[in-house]
Design a protein around this ligand. Structure first.
Ligand code: UD1
Length: 387
């Protein structure tokens, strides 16, 4: 089975790492990796490939940054000839970034079946670009791999046929477990002069709704500053935000300046970032992946958004969605520090085995295809020798 996987942005790299590793162990799978180039900085891309032990992609489409329409269209335009030449049996996409949707759409229009890993998540907020990407990708996917119960419920409610949906767990947690021995050795604590006795908080912020409006961003910065009076706050800054901070309150670059200020860092490597999260007293974020990683690590997390598409991190995990009013951040953070949530365990199947389950479904479906009841367009692809 020739499987083309397409990745473009940081969280994609984390999700594809355990999958590629698993696929490469299977003699019946011929995997091929395409990088769209949506993220291209060394710190946003190459460093992740190194940390996650991903071999260089067979193809890099080099699309770079652009408006949503231009970026999505450019991925499609450049990916189409690659798929026409390669003629894969399956397109595998992960997550919810523009590259995910663009790749799924290109494949579907060429009649290549699509598998979506991390299907079914819904924030029910269509102002988020990721929500549009999730809805559309799931609508055209043939196989939908789900990380949590809400994903399955959402897909069934939207009318997706139950036999297309597979609850497999979370490949992001696979990566966290796979690389635990390496991130546990990270030197980041020495670099930042953090001792185990000294509590600290980690902040990440990059959603357009939180950072594009200067008033919102400066409100958040004031809130993080207020929190920094109580414990060191470490803030790895996404490039989207650094340009907005430059000349404002922050400024890019590492500035460890003691307990009463925020330490701004360049985007961190995967291993250092997970290590930093693992010992944090508190994490404040608007990222989807960080909500999941803090749940797996049992670290208290406050989500600076009005919704989450990952409710299992709240019902099972340590996450609390506190909204995006900057004035609420410091009081909620101090309350959580004083009375941290007790970890209640991980969501079902977040055990580091999701990639194995996905590959096993692919294998099973390949065998199933000979069964008469399965003569459907979305199944014909996997049968060896059926083309
Ligand atoms: C994208 C995803 C988001 C994901 C995030 C992870 C979409 C719609 N959004 O958001 O879901 O949570 O990645 O990081 O796909 N930039 C650089 N260097 C890079 C990449 C980006 O400087 O290597 C800057 C550019 O100014 C660019 C901006 O960051 O315009 C935004 O990049 P983009 O990929 O469009 O969206 P993200 O905010 O990274």
């Amino acid at each position: 089975m020739k499987i083309v996987s397409v990745v473009g942005a940081r969280p994609n790299f984390v999700k594809i790492a355990p999958l590629l590793r698993e696929m490469r162990c299977q003699s019946w799978i011929m995997p091929m990796l395409v990088h769209t180039g949506q993220h291209y900085d060394q710190a946003m891309s190459a460093q992740f490939f190194r940390d996650l032990e991903i071999e260089p992609p067979e193809v890099n489409l080099g699309v770079g940054s652009a408006s949503h329409a231009a970026q999505t269209a450019e991925v499609m335009r450049r990916l189409e000839p690659v798929l026409e030449t390669t003629r894969p049996d399956l397109m595998l996409v992960v997550g919810d970034v523009n590259s995910t949707l663009a790749a799924a759409l290109t494949a579907a229009k060429l009649g290549v079946p699509v598998a979506h890993v991390e299907a079914g998540l819904r924030s029910f907020d269509r102002r988020m670009p990721e929500e549009i990407n999730r809805l559309l990708t799931d609508a055209i996917a043939d196989l939908l791999f789900v990380t949590e119960e809400s994903g399955q419920e959402n897909l069934l409610r939207e009318g997706v046929a139950p036999q297309k949906i597979h609850c497999v767990g979370n490949v992001m947690i696979d990566a966290l477990e796979l690389f635990r021995p390496r991130w546990a050795q990270s030197a980041i604590f020495d670099v930042l002069k953090l001792s185990p006795e000294r509590p600290y908080a980690v902040v990440t912020l990059h959603r357009p709704s939180n950072v594009d409006d200067p008033g919102m961003l400066s409100g958040f910065m004031a809130a993080f500053g207020a929190l920094a009076a109580h414990l060191p706050v470490i803030f790895p800054v996404h490039p989207r935000v650094s340009s907005r901070l430059r000349g404002g309150e922050g400024g890019q670059g590492t500035r460890p300046t003691g307990d009463r200020t925020i330490t701004f860092l360049d985007p961190m490597s995967y291993l250092d970032f997970i290590a930093l999260l693992s010992r944090a007293r508190l994490v404040l974020t608007d990222s989807g992946g960080v909500q999941e990683e803090t749940t797996a690590l049992g670290v208290p997390c406050l989500t600076l958004r009005d919704t989450t598409e990952r409710p299992a991190t709240v019902t099972y995990g340590t996450n609390r969605v506190i909204g995006s009013d900057p004035d609420r951040v410091a009081p909620e953070a101090l309350r959580t520090l004083a009375d941290p949530p007790a970890p209640r365990g991980r969501p079902p199947l977040w055990d580091g085995q999701a990639a194995r389950r996905i590959v096993s479904v692919l294998r099973q479906r390949g065998v199933d295809v000979t069964g008469a009841e399965h003569v459907r367009r979305d199944l014909v692809w996997v049968g060896a020798g059926t083309r």
